[in-house]
Design a protein around this ligand. Structure first.
Ligand code: C2O
Ligand code: CU
Length: 481
């Protein structure tokens, strides 16, 4: 591959198992400024056959950006403009959505709402926008996402802080979950009514950065900024770093008060991110497991943290966890906020009386989704419904509180485009940390209140990021005008 992408690839961080060894730093000196970043990227979406499952397994036919899975890490400095020329060499139309970015509506990548689909067979579209917030974001198609994201179209977008954080290494883990067949191919059972009605397309194969993870090599005493990004269609990860105590410094890209999580578990629904400081407090030669126990009875080891038996970065990890400067997100004023109630209903064990309109049939075999399985305030809509009448119209420039009510038996990561919001209460109790996020993971039958300033004009998608739920009715538009 030639062109601007080469610059990114050299800087790609965190390849698993790669001997990316930290320098022997006596203190956590901020890394020197990297080379200039490209001012323009190209993303070419196309089919590719890749050895995702390692040399001993068959190759996998995927749909990917720039020939690899996940797509290239795009990097831009905070406040600067990102320009991305997208070329669609897929057999079907696509778009690219910039998840978590507060960008102009026309660049949001939602088909029929903010742009026409990018046609198959060489269609092009250029996205160009400024990036006001530093942090860990990502990009993915917003057309038939349940198929296109599952087939491999996803990548990270890192907006760099003006000052590099004082860590030894900046590592990205793109976590994905696939439903693989024994022949090494992605199962093509898209549009299964079972997946739509339950917890989405849970797979059987978890990858980190597009490979089956084995060992994550560290040196004793290292301080690592680990950027965790869940691009799975449906799997919720709850990561426990045995023998370690990660500290969360950002959620969904937005800096937060550094904090430990209950039981050290980092819970990430689809679409969500966490930046953590992982201090390598173990000894040379030690091995520790990273466990995903979101489904307690199906807990499994995601990867092993493998300490170099000889090298040490320093005698011990020292000093307070570094903290990130806040992003320029306007603070909502709960006192003057307008209030809105949003009820999510439907799914298995909620089809009757849950507000859904009942089964509407659809064409499950087509994988395109179907309306009627899930509903938001009684309306079930999908991307094939191009009317996009807004669920709510919010007065621009004002604070708003949305009360999200999960009247279903399932978990839903509820995502709003174009804005970040604070989670102010959960089940009526004030959230002590009031995290600033773009996705709120709602447990079954629970409620949350989110607050934000509706400062970004346009029609914005508001949907569940379990892509099978989105494809079967759990999506809506919120207008800021
Ligand atoms: Cu990750 Cu509507 O998006
Ligand atoms: Cu959902």
């Amino acid at each position: 591959m030639h062109g601007p992408i080469d610059g990114t690839r050299r800087r790609a961080l965190g390849a698993l198992g790669a001997a990316a060894l930290a320098p022997m730093l006596p203190v956590f000196a901020p890394a020197a400024r990297a080379q200039p970043l490209p001012d323009r990227y190209t993303l070419r979406a196309a089919p590719a056959r890749l050895s995702m499952l390692g040399a001993t397994n068959p190759q996998t036919d995927l749909w990917v950006y720039n020939g690899r899975v996940p797509g290239p890490v795009l990097r831009v400095r905070q406040g600067e403009r990102l320009r991305v020329d997208v070329v669609n060499d897929l057999p079907e139309a696509t778009t690219v959505h910039w998840h978590g970015l507060r960008l102009p509506n026309a660049m949001d990548g939602v088909p029929h709402l903010t742009q026409p689909p990018i046609a198959a067979g060489g269609g092009r579209f250029t996205y160009e926008f400024a990036c006001p917030d530093a942090g860990t974001f990502w990009y993915h198609p917003h057309l038939r996402g349940n198929v296109q994201v599952e087939m491999g179209l996803a990548g990270a977008l890192i907006v760099e802080e003006p000052e590099r954080l004082a860590v030894d290494r900046d590592v990205l883990w793109v976590l994905d979950d696939w439903r693989m067949q024994g022949d090494g191919q992605v199962s093509q059972d898209f549009g299964s009514m079972r997946d739509f009605m339950h917890d989405g397309r849970i797979g059987n194969t978890v990858t980190i950065n597009g490979t089956l993870p084995d060992a994550f090599a560290v040196e004793a005493g290292e301080r690592i900024r680990l950027r965790l990004l869940n691009v799975a269609n449906a799997r919720i990860f709850a990561l426990r770093f045995e023998g370690h105590a990660p500290t969360v410094i950002a959620q969904d890209g937005m800096p937060c008060e550094p904090h430990a999580t209950p039981g050290g578990r980092i819970v990430l629904g689809p679409g969500m991110r966490a930046d953590v400081i992982l201090d390598a407090t173990g000894k040379p030669g030690e091995r520790h497991r990273v466990i995903d126990d979101f489904f307690a009875r199906q807990a499994y080891e995601v990867v092993t943290i493998a300490y170099d038996p000889r090298k040490r970065a320093r005698a011990r990890v020292a000093g307070p966890v570094p903290r990130l400067a806040a992003n320029p997100v306007p603070e909502p004023d709960p006192g003057t906020a307008e209030r809105h109630r949003i009820v999510f209903s439907g799914g298995m064990m909620g089809m009757m009386g849950g507000g859904g309109r009942g089964m509407m049939g659809g064409m499950p075999g087509m994988g395109a989704g179907t309306t009627g399985v899930w509903a938001i305030n009684g309306h079930s809509s999908t991307e094939t419904d191009h009317s996009h009448a807004p669920l709510l119209t919010l007065a621009r420039g004002r604070s708003h509180v949305l009360e999200l009510v999960n009247d279903t038996a399932w978990w839903h990561p509820i995502h709003l485009h174009g804005h970040s919001f604070r989670i102010v209460t959960r089940n009526g109790a004030r959230d002590p940390r009031q995290p600033l996020v773009d996705t709120s993971l709602l447990p079954p039958r629970e409620r949350a209140e989110i607050a934000f300033v509706a400062d970004n004009p346009g029609d914005w998608m508001f949907h569940c990021h379990v892509l099978e739920h989105q494809a079967s009715g759990m999506m809506a538009t919120i207008r800021v005008a």
